[in-house]
Design a protein around this ligand. Sequence first.
Ligand code: ADP
Ligand code: MG
Length: 698
Amino acid sequence: MAIKIHSSKIISDLPVEVLSGLGEAKKKVLNKINIKTIEDLLYYFPRRYVDRSIHDQFFLQEGPITLLVKIQSSYLAHGRKSRFIVNCKTIQGNPIILLFFNGIQYYRYALKKDKTYIVSGKLEMFRGTPQMIHPEIEAIDQEDLDNAIHSGGIIPIYSTTEALKKVGLDSRGLRKLIHQAIQKIQKEWIVPELIPENLRKKYQFPSRKDVLIQIHYPDNKESLKIARRVLKYEELFLFGALMHRKKEIRKSFDRELKPLPFGQSKLFETLQKNLPFKLTQGQIDAIKKIIDGCQKEYMSAYLLQGDVGSGKTLVAFACALHYIENGIQVALMAPTEILARQHYNTLTTLPGLLPGVHLDILTAGESKKNKEKTLDRIKRGDSNFIIGTHSLIEDSVTFFNLGLVIIDEQHRFGVNQRELLRKKGRNPDLITMTATPIPRSLCLTIFGDLEPVYLKEKPAGRKPVKTLWLKEKQRKGLYKSIRKYVSQGRQCYIVYPVIEESEKLDLRAATEAYEELKNVIFPDFRVELIHGRMKSDEREKIMQDFRNGKIHILVSTTVIEVGVDVPNATIMVIEHAERFGISQLHQLRGRVGRGSEESFCILMSDSDSETAKERLEAIVNNQDGFELAEIDLRIRGPGELLGIKQHGLPDFKLADFVKDRKLVEISYQDAMENPHLNEFAIKFIQKSFSEGIMVFPN
Ligand code: ADP
Ligand code: MG
């Protein structure tokens, strides 16, 4: 075989083909799964491990075991089924039989008399003699046990694919390759450190070389644990470094707004004076924190987090006023038309406010003529506070001087959509708002480049929403209660799930239920139906009537999930509650409990599935959105929780958003405080995280 020479000895420079036994076919398949260098190969971590430490006692017991044996004799037996029988003795002198039914020709050739092997498998007693059927078997020089790769210690098991198997890279084949690389890094290849020296010292981390050896071939369980921890830290730290870098890059962005100190906005003062209530301290702090960002010459980006009903909208409005006062345009994008209209209405009805604030609204429901006029005003800067839906990101929209972008319910938008809006200004500042809180571990990683602003406190006087889980047989009682409260002047939502896959069916169910409620059960109340398939002006009319108290009971699909704010509505009934996720349920519940009256949330479900039970009970027992977010993360995992499509979770190989929460905090903090990385770490980031390439260019 030709000797493969490569000038560098650094694992990230060495292509996998420097390993022996790695031909074109294997190389191709490996490259396809992004294993191009020795470093990549070493970061192909075992899926699990099996303990194949050699049994060193005289007595043998049944069950999984690894033994050192010497072959005494072997023969082929023909019966109903041919088998190859191998008689061995363990080093302790016990007789044992190995049995092979498949691949007989191979074993006849490969297993040699008087040679020593490590065998691993399940030991059984057969007529008084211990035997093993199809054990893992590996030839070994007795003196050189350290060289065992398939047995004789804690052994890595790798996941493989059909494509890998086809070229001989099953778990065993991969093990051979990786073991080769491990031997080489022990002797000559170089594994540069990625984590800064001071941090490695602080945590007494072993060298990266040792860590990589231990993750594949751990000496013992303890050393494996340490290796896993260091590698988790490594990926979290490097991702944190990427986030830090993103933040830093913003500092070079030239922006519209010149510094404006907090508390010096006349509009904001007017707003405070005219509000029917006082801002909570939490709101004031949040506004201050965001406006303090304006002291800086560069663009800032915030993630405003608060529980349902904590009053995020007002915080965003208040911030907007600071910009508007300085002649800067503000755009607020909401995920639904209903919500956009609600924001618009709130603003237009804020008492005494708004000399100098010129509002516009842009949604798909607008007439063409109207829209053209609106577009024109936005372009000329005649309107300075523009509220809208996705319509805002259409090509036809041009701003005069967009300086602040506010995204409400950010999870409903994709990253690209948010970027599109931002690009319509000259590096406008950004406030993104969440609908319900996001678990902190996700916040620090996925949104690690945004400045978090927390709104923990809710407006005073809010009572917890009484939450009950009812079964179908309790429906009569439910209707009786609804009748009672509606007669006292309260209003009620009844929500039906409509999911895309079964939209028609779901919609029919909702419609039928509505007909019955309206005609049979509550003929004396005004009951209306609202759903996403209606024309927007019809929908708006119904919402208007509901807001004004003309409609008593609003039967709805999830269009009202987001942000709708009608304080007099105090009962929320959620049909088929098992079909909603935790944050959705919490969102829906957040539609009530907004006034001072006692409110109720009724979960209707006959489901007895375990996960449904877990979710519904979480909602019944918990009012706090921050706690529910953590529970949701635990049950559904980060992808489901955030909607993978929109976010693209960082590709962590080992770190887990639930189990490694503490490590996430620590590594993020460290990354913010230790931004100077060596070239190897930067290269590693560029390779590991897709944004890395843009953020750390060559
Ligand atoms: P969310 O944070 O869920 O978006 P909203 O911004 O819709 O909540 O606010 C919920 C309700 O609370 C609105 O009716 C709003 O007018 C009211 N609100 C906001 N701030 C206060 C406050 N400081 N005191 C009393 N009510 C408030
Ligand atoms: Mg809101």
